[in-house]
Design a protein around this ligand. Structure first.
Ligand SMILES: CC(C)(COP(=O)(O)OP(=O)(O)OC[C@H]1O[C@@H](n2cnc3c(N)ncnc32)[C@H](O)[C@@H]1OP(=O)(O)O)[C@@H](O)C(=O)NCCC(=O)NCCS
Length: 297
């Protein structure tokens, strides 16, 4: 624990006459007992909780983000990585505060305060996060690979040619807005674009959706967007529509959110076709994670 926090507790409870090891032990257990778990409002509308140690130091954070809350009706198997309606849990405890039950307290608070039937989380294989998930009864559902595209590696003229290439019978469309309130890709495309945290690009033929990809951005201080898809509907495969909508998404993201300088994607490990499309576009492997799911009573 930081010495400022120690000093605060020593002043608050007059530990000046205790030996240093005793102060350490007392301060450690007192500060754990004094940790509050508080809900915080978030700019993006995501649910967030903080573990706050006296005198106000944030030592752990839990947050929930919705998982692509649209499109499951049109996603062909095995594309849906998780069950619909399961928010993604992200949990972090400062290294020097770990193994003191803070992660468990944050998880308990999240469980008590949400109505969804399950939670999912993504952890690195063999990490403390995986041990934590196993301890709390999460089930391993699948493995994903993460890839990253950095805008400075993208040759803009080449990207422009990919986007401008004709796909006879198909046209590109796009939509911008915020995802959490709206259900399906088709409905989104029918609704007017507005400012928001998401960009959706799609290919259609006579108004029928054929392929799409979506990316979500965070705060202006976060330069990395998260991309889902591309998804190509079964009757439209073999026409390189996935590459087309993904190239258009990369281009559009920069137009609408100039602070973004990289895009992270997630792919089921067995989806070799999607991995090949990503590689072609210049995404580089970032690592592999295990997806865990917790059913809530
Ligand atoms: C995962 C993380 C949030 C756990 O926080 P924490 O406050 O240390 O968790 P807790 O003290 O409540 O641990 C509860 C139990 O999980 C298991 N566990 C947690 N960390 C572990 C580790 N490094 N090795 C083995 N088991 C571990 C243990 O069973 C532990 O109980 P115990 O200490 O009585 O043995 C923390 O390590 C972290 O921030 N890691 C980096 C981010 C991350 O991986 N997040 C995962 C998202 S779920």
């Amino acid at each position: 624990m930081a010495s400022n926090d120690n000093r605060w507790l020593m002043r608050r409870f007059d530990l000046s006459r205790c030996s240093a090891p005793l102060v350490g032990a007392i301060v450690g257990s007192m500060s754990e007992a004094l940790i509050d778990i508080v809900a915080v409002s978030d700019y993006s509308g995501f649910s967030r909780w903080q573990a706050v140690a006296p005198p106000g130091r944030v030592v752990g954070v839990a947050s929930l983000r919705p998982i692509i809350p649209f499109g499951h009706d049109v996603l062909p198997p095995p594309t849906p990585a998780v069950n619909p309606g399961a928010p993604e849990l992200s949990l972090y405890v400062e290294p020097q505060w770990r193994r003191r039950g803070i992660g468990s307290r944050l998880l308990t608070t999240v469980r008590e305060q949400i109505a969804e039937p399950r939670l999912v989380t993504d952890v690195a294989a063999g990490s403390p996060g995986e041990a934590f998930c196993l301890r709390h009864g999460f089930q391993h559902t699948r493995s994903r690979r993460h890839d990253l595209l950095t805008y400075c590696d993208v040759h803009q003229a080449w990207l422009g040619e990919l986007v401008d290439a004709e796909r006879p019978g198909y046209r590109l469309t796009h939509w911008t807005g915020s995802l959490p309130d709206t259900p399906g890709a088709e409905e989104l495309l029918r609704s007017p674009s507005r400012p928001g945290n998401a960009v959706l690009t799609a290919a259609d033929t006579d108004g029928d959706l054929a392929a799409y990809a979506v990316a979500i951005v965070g705060a202006v201080s976060q330069p990395r967007a998260r991309q889902y898809g591309s998804v190509v509907l079964p009757h439209h495969r073999g026409r390189r529509l996935g590459l087309w909508v993904n190239a258009a998404l990369i281009q559009r993201m920069r137009e609408f959110h100039p602070h973004i300088n990289e895009i992270e994607t997630f792919t089921a490990e067995d989806d070799l076709h999607l991995s090949a499309t990503r590689k072609h576009l210049g995404f580089h492997p970032l690592g592999r994670t295990h997806l865990y799911e917790l059913a809530l009573p």
